[in-house]
Ligand binder design. Structure first.
Ligand SMILES: Cc1cc2nc3c(=O)[nH]c(=O)nc-3n(C[C@H](O)[C@H](O)[C@H](O)COP(=O)(O)OP(=O)(O)OC[C@H]3O[C@@H](n4cnc5c(N)ncnc54)[C@H](O)[C@@H]3O)c2cc1C
Length: 235
């Protein structure tokens, strides 16, 4: 089983731990009949399909995953919106992240392979078409991506300058861009993770977060093949 998948230029999704299996899915449902099985068979697969089809969702919440994710702040900002998803499993939202109040940030920025063009008919979307503005690039740069990288580094230099003159870490970080990489743990039930993947591995979602959703899908599918097959088909 692969436990870490690299995402974007410096990020990753790592499956730290998990609890449960397809068998847990059916046994959680079979408790209604005071029954438990030790080996999965065709009847159980049918039961999983039945549960999913009829939206008996609670048995899928007995399967839980903990991910360690390294992603740019812009991706984390989108991921963190999946609040109830986490609470499907726990009372408090189990997402914990690096705190820029405790530690000094490393100069690690997401550098895209290329810049996409803004979509003209969808305000939130981009086109999978490389922007051709290198010839109009300001400040003597020949490549837009070099200009962008320079601006990220410049922001980091300003951050360090603020720290050097004694500004608190919690305020100095205000100058840093959304391309900065952060790391966080996310623990959520199978139902929540599938919900996240369905929304974010989708054409409407930003390309960058789609890459994270795809990685999560590849990590969980071998663990609960029958449940994921049924749940993704239903979605
Ligand atoms: C393509 C895309 C674009 C987006 N654009 C924006 C944007 O521009 N701005 C922005 O702020 N957000 C945006 N979002 C975030 C979006 O609004 C959701 O907050 C996010 O996708 C989490 O979805 P969720 O609420 O279904 O997930 P979860 O928080 O995991 O909730 C899971 C499910 O629980 C139920 N639920 C959640 N809260 C409640 C409640 N209070 N009462 C009853 N039931 C509840 C719903 O059925 C929900 O689907 C975008 C999301 C996507 C996928």
């Amino acid at each position: 089983m692969k436990i870490r998948i690299n995402v974007l230029d410096k990020g990753f999704v790592e499956l730290i731990d998990y609890m449960g299996s397809d068998l847990r899915h059916v046994n959680s449902a079979r408790i209604s009949f005071d029954k438990r099985k030790t080996k999965i068979d065709d009847k159980d697969i049918k039961l999983i399909n039945y549960l999913v089809k009829n939206r008996h969702t609670s048995p899928s919440r007995h399967i839980v995953f903990t991910f360690h994710i390294k992603a740019p702040l812009v991706v984390q900002q989108q991921q963190i919106k999946h609040r109830i998803g986490s609470d499907y499993t726990f009372k408090d939202s189990p997402e914990n992240t690096i705190s820029g109040r405790y530690v000094e940030w490393e100069p690690e920025f997401y550098i895209p392979a290329y810049f996409r063009q803004q979509s003209s008919n969808n305000k939130q979307a981009s086109l999978d078409k490389e922007i051709e503005l290198d010839k109009n690039c300001p400040r003597g740069f020949t490549k837009t991506i070099h200009m962008y990288e320079d601006w990220c580094n410049e922001a980091y230099d300003r951050y360090k300058s603020l720290l050097d003159i004694g500004v608190a870490r919690e305020q100095a970080r205000l100058v840093l861009p959304l391309s900065l990489y952060t790391e966080f743990y996310w623990t959520a039930s199978l139902q929540a993770v599938v919900h996240f993947i369905s929304l974010r591995d989708d054409d409407h979602a930003q390309w960058e977060i789609r890459e994270y959703a795809k990685a999560m899908k590849s990590l969980i599918s071998p663990i609960v093949p029958h449940s994921t097959k049924a749940l993704f088909q239903k979605k």
